[in-house]
Design a protein around this ligand. Structure first.
Ligand code: IVH
Length: 697
């Protein structure tokens, strides 16, 4: 193996294809397949890349070239087969090599103890060794290797026969297309393994964002997205989905002995190159397995993919055989479920919620229901289009989802009442339910045009005005703002803030002498600010910090910006029609212009801080991942901002560059998948130099 020079990072010296004879081509194809398999495994299974992207691409291109010149040399396990893809008419049915059974399951500790009791009694033992492992919430799959080469894959189906999805599954990068021969064991002639295909959450969210951007219906959850991908008739379409696969059972084996325990079997599978979850535990007794369940449930929201419980398995294979099966469930395994994250309940009404920025969102008021241990009575319906697409109306039964970090939301309608028993389809109001101002549609959103005049927006608008990135007024947080508006000291204009006196503040609950002084002072001090901060502080829709800087640099003072028409605004680099429309709309309103004039009269004195550095990355989006040597997170962020770039946290098709340091993790992988340029720290510094920016020292 070590004399295969393609295992090393390069450079490679390829002979012109036309001059390669068949024998040496065969030899080279073998070396290339071996090397690419090695690099794939390092990258996708072990997360420890052993070659640069460029080097990998060159090996891959060379293999393609040779296969094109010598089609008979194309091997069944060639990595080029992952991307080719073929269109199927329908999914053929295949018989499993061994039945794919299901598991007895419960979320109840007592049921787990009963399972342990029965197993111990049947075996006449005081304590059993178990292996506890995640119960993956994906799609169960049978994968068969013949003579060590990936031969086929089938969905579970009815447990005895499933649908053949060989080509779709072939596209999953962490699946080895041939097994790694191990020192300690022979390669089995036939190996049928069971595993779970899933979509890691990061890739799932990125994919859904892309779908929303392209006006496609997002997937309800990673499981549905996975099932959809696997059952695609066009394998190339499956290739574009970020799927992963974990293995957890041997279904059948020929020509090699199975290790004596489940634990060792998993190690064996891992040695063969199959991906096996590392966060599993060998437990002495059921109590340890239950403790594993509890600790995994506590970490549930931090895991990179969805799991819905823990599978507890008797470790010893002989004991498994003795215990056997009851109907379609093994007596040696039990699924200890987590609290479900989805429940069905009824929508009592659809309420409208007006947010700080004026977005009016439909919210489902639910018959209270417990989801994942918490009682919920409200759930997001996202926006009007979603309500209509899912055809949700008051009185309907719906499935609601609640995960740790996300707001509960309505997944789908499960109601089957006749149309005549349902109220009319949901409509958005034409006026704001809080202030009565007109409602305007902005893309997927409906927005109240009342701005700071709207009771729903006034507190939020002032809080935003005072926030750190805006005018940074210390002591003017949520509670204080509410007191000011409730006392009528600030009504419909931020200009009111600049007229506040200490005497007005003193009678309020929250204020003593010192705090009143401090707030009046902090407000006065905020008049000396930058134009960009002031523009950002108005809270105009789609005008974030970065766009505010662009506008400030372009127009130089408040009145010029206020007078700019849409055409003039669109002409600005990085200002699109949406921003232009909103800016114009905002300053087009008489009331807003009056507020600006009042502010200027009250001494607001915004300055333009022209940055010295030319914006060599104007408008570019960067993602920084892994730890860098020459920069801290903060310093590279500041540098990029100075150079006109924006730093975002997640990689998407809109990302221009990803800078990677040590231990880059999945963002770099994803960038590659999307074809986004990935730069090492040195390459980044070289790019800076190329564009005329040299770093000090
Ligand atoms: S073992 C005979 N282990 O859970 C035992 N199943 O009904 C075979 N699952 O459809 C299953 N993670 O797809 C096992 N670590 C794991 C699993 C697991 C997920 C799924 C499996 C099956 C369902 C149980």
């Amino acid at each position: 193996m070590s004399d295969n020079h393609y295992l090393h990072a390069g450079p490679y010296d390829f002979a012109p294809t036309a001059e390669v004879g068949e024998d040496s081509a065969r030899n080279e194809v073998d070396l290339l397949v071996e090397a690419i398999r090695h690099h794939d495994r390092q990258y996708y299974v072990l997360d420890a890349p052993s070659i640069s992207d460029g080097g990998y691409d060159r090996l891959f291109a060379r293999l393609r070239e040779l296969e094109r010149a010598f089609p008979e040399l194309r091997r069944d396990d060639s990595p080029t087969g992952r991307v080719a893809g073929g269109l199927l008419e329908s999914l053929p049915e295949v018989q499993h090599l061994a039945p794919m059974l299901s598991l007895d399951s419960s979320g109840d500790n007592d049921r787990v103890l009963e399972f342990d009791d029965r197993a111990r009694r049947a075996l006449g033992l005081d304590e059993l060794i178990y292996v506890a492992e995640p119960k993956f919430d994906g799609i169960s799959i049978e994968i068969v290797f013949e003579d060590g080469v990936y031969a086929r894959a089938a969905t579970r189906g009815d447990g005895y026969a499933g649908e053949q999805v060989t080509e779709q599954v072939r596209t999953i990068k962490s699946l080895p297309l041939s097994l790694t021969p191990t020192v300690t064991a022979t390669l089995p002639a036939v190996l049928a393994v069971r595993g779970e295909i899933l979509m890691p959450l990061e890739g799932f969210h990125a994919m859904n964002r892309g779908r929303v951007e392209r006006d496609e219906e997002p997937f309800a959850n990673p499981r549905n997205a996975t099932a959809g991908a696997i059952r695609q008739l066009d394998a190339a379409a499956a290739a574009s989905r970020p799927l992963d696969v974990f293995f957890y059972e041997v279904l059948a084996v020929e020509g090699a002995p199975l290790p004596a325990t489940h634990w060792e079997t998993m190690e064996w599978l891992r040695d063969l190159g199959l991906k096996v979850e590392r966060q599993v535990e060998r437990c002495a007794g059921i109590e340890e397995a239950i403790a594993y369940h509890d600790s995994l449930e506590a970490q549930r929201d931090d895991l990179p993919y969805e799991i819905d419980g823990v599978v507890i398995k008797v470790d010893d294979r002989q004991q498994q055989l003795e215990l056997g099966f009851r109907s379609r469930n093994p007596r040696w395994a039990f699924a200890h479920k987590f609290a479900p994250r989805e429940e069905v309940t009824r929508i009592e009404d659809i309420a409208l919620q007006v947010g700080r920025t004026g977005i009016i969102a439909p919210v489902a008021l639910l018959a209270p229901v417990e989801v994942g241990g918490v009682t919920i009575s409200r759930a997001s319906l996202h926006n009007y289009d979603q309500v209509r697409a899912k055809d949700i109306r008051p009185g309907d039964s719906v499935r609601v989802h609640r995960a740790g970090d996300v707001i509960p939301y309505v997944v789908e309608r499960v109601d089957d009442r006749p149309e005549s028993a349902r109220p009319a389809p949901f409509e958005m109001p034409t006026t704001c339910p809080v202030c009565g101002s007109n409602v305007e549609r902005d893309g997927a959103y409906f927005v109240c045009t009342g701005g700071i005049l709207c009771g729903a927006q006034v507190n939020g608008a002032i809080e935003h005005w005072a926030s750190r990135s805006a005018l940074d007024i210390e002591g003017l947080g949520g509670k204080t703002v509410r007191q000011l508006t409730e006392a009528g000291l600030v009504t419909d204009s931020v200009a009111d803030l600049y007229r506040l006196t200490k005497e007005q503040l003193l009678p309020l609950d929250l204020f003593g002498d010192l705090k009143a002084d401090k707030l009046v002072e902090a407000i006065a001090a905020s008049r000396e600010t930058s134009l960009a901060r002031l523009v950002y502080a108005f809270g105009i829709r789609h005008v974030g910090e970065h766009v505010a800087v662009v506008l400030a640099n372009e127009f130089g003072d408040m009145r010029t910006l206020m007078a700019a028409d849409e055409e003039r605004l669109i002409a600005v680099h990085e200002v699109g029609p949406r921003v232009a429309h909103n800016v114009r709309e905002f300053f087009g309103q008489e009331r807003n212009r009056v507020v600006v004039e009042q502010l200027l009269e009250l001494g607001m004195n915004p300055q333009v801080e022209r940055s010295e550095t030319p914006a060599i990355f104007a408008g570019d989006k960067f993602v920084v991942t892994g730890s860098l040597e020459r920069f801290s997170r903060k310093s590279i962020g500041e540098l990029l901002a100075d150079l006109g770039a924006r730093v975002t946290s997640s990689v998407s098709s809109k990302t221009d560059y990803v800078v990677v340091g040590e231990n880059p993790g999945s963002k770099a992988t994803k960038a590659e998948g999307l074809g986004v340029p990935v730069l090492t720290e040195d390459e980044f510094i070289a790019l800076l130099a190329e564009r005329g920016h040299t770093l000090e020292n």
